[in-house]
Design a protein around this ligand. Structure first.
Ligand SMILES: [Ca+2]
Ligand SMILES: [Ca+2]
Length: 186
């Protein structure tokens, strides 16, 4: 009696705890939240780590819904480029948790902002970042002025694109920056 099967086996739970900033209890809660987004696909009572939610199902999560970078966030954390598995979700929540150090958040922010994934932030990436956060009230001319200004301020070696060290240097001086990459789910 009382031999109810646990959601995850202990080895897996231990591995998850090692790779994230979460406790066993929080990991189970996160699984519940994840399965609640589509319980037909993700069985709430039996851990299913292979099934994936589509990006639009994932974005129903209220904590993600309002984030202007939700599409890029899903793209960066999806390990197959098409959907979000529970382990992808766990990584996402861990990076966005209050316990993650800012260097980790910064390295993911760089990937999220790097729209064309070429490992640099170019003028076109910066333009897309600005249109995500400014509800696109800029005229094209305003936009290029702002992009030019931003670039001039932060492109230390003047090669017209931001490398990761240049980006890290900027965000280290912007304490509010991590607010964009915070999400408290458990
Ligand atoms: Ca880029
Ligand atoms: Ca540069």
């Amino acid at each position: 009696m009382g031999n109810r099967k646990s959601l995850f086996d202990q080895d897996r739970l231990n591995a998850y705890q090692e790779c994230t900033y979460f406790t066993e209890k929080q990991i189970k809660k996160l699984y519940k939240r994840f399965s609640s987004l589509n319980s037909k696909k993700i069985n709430p009572r039996k851990a299913n780590v292979d099934a994936r939610l589509s990006f639009s199902e994932m974005q129903q999560l209220p904590e993600l819904k309002e984030n202007p970078f939700k599409d890029r966030i899903c793209a960066v954390f999806s390990t197959n480029g098409r959907g979000i598995s529970f382990e992808d979700f766990l990584d996402m929540c861990s990076v966005f948790s209050a316990h993650a150090p800012w260097e980790l958040k910064a390295s993911y922010a760089f990937r999220i902002f790097d729209f064309d994934s070429d490992a640099f932030l170019s003028s076109s990436d910066i333009e897309q970042i600005l249109s995500c956060i400014t509800s696109s009230s800029f005229t094209d001319e305003d936009m290029s002025t702002v992009v030019e200004y931003v670039m001039k301020e932060v492109d230390i070696d003047q090669d017209k694109k931001l490398s990761y060290p240049e980006f890290e240097h900027v965000v280290s001086k912007a304490p509010d920056f991590t607010e964009l990459f915070k999400m408290t789910i458990v």
